[in-house]
Design a protein around this ligand. Structure first.
Ligand SMILES: [Zn+2]
Length: 120
């Protein structure tokens, strides 16, 4: 009998066929994920939770989640860069609207450019 396969529940799944074998799947709640989808989902959640600890307005959760998903999946910014940045700039983000998080994109590209100049 063929091994059971599931459709990965992750909205941002990067695997083209989307199916994941039971033996390779990670179960979160009642849903199945590719292990790498589960990892990135958890890493982004960690970024959101960390940031949410810094601000008072807890209604911003969905917005913050969307911003981090954009930074990771559209702008290809690693989650550890985001996490490091929000931790290092806690004071800065405390007093600013969530939209200030898009500043991370600028910082990331500046770092790439600086590394590029510095290399060679
Ligand atoms: Zn997946």
């Amino acid at each position: 009998m063929a091994e059971k396969e599931y459709v990965c529940a992750y909205k941002y799944c990067s695997h083209r066929d989307k199916k994941v074998k039971q033996s390779e799947a990670v179960k979160l709640g009642k849903r199945y994920y590719h292990w790498d989808c589960a990892v990135i989902k958890q890493e982004i959640k960690n970024c959101v939770d960390t940031y949410m600890d810094y601000i008072d307005d807890k209604t911003k959760y969905a917005t913050v989640n969307r911003i981090f998903n954009n930074l990771v999946f559209k702008d290809k910014i690693p989650t550890d860069f985001i996490l490091k940045n929000i931790k290092n700039s806690k004071k800065y983000y405390c007093d600013r609207p969530v939209i200030a998080l898009y500043g991370i994109r600028k910082l990331f590209y500046r770092e790439i450019i600086n590394n590029y100049k510095g290399g060679d």
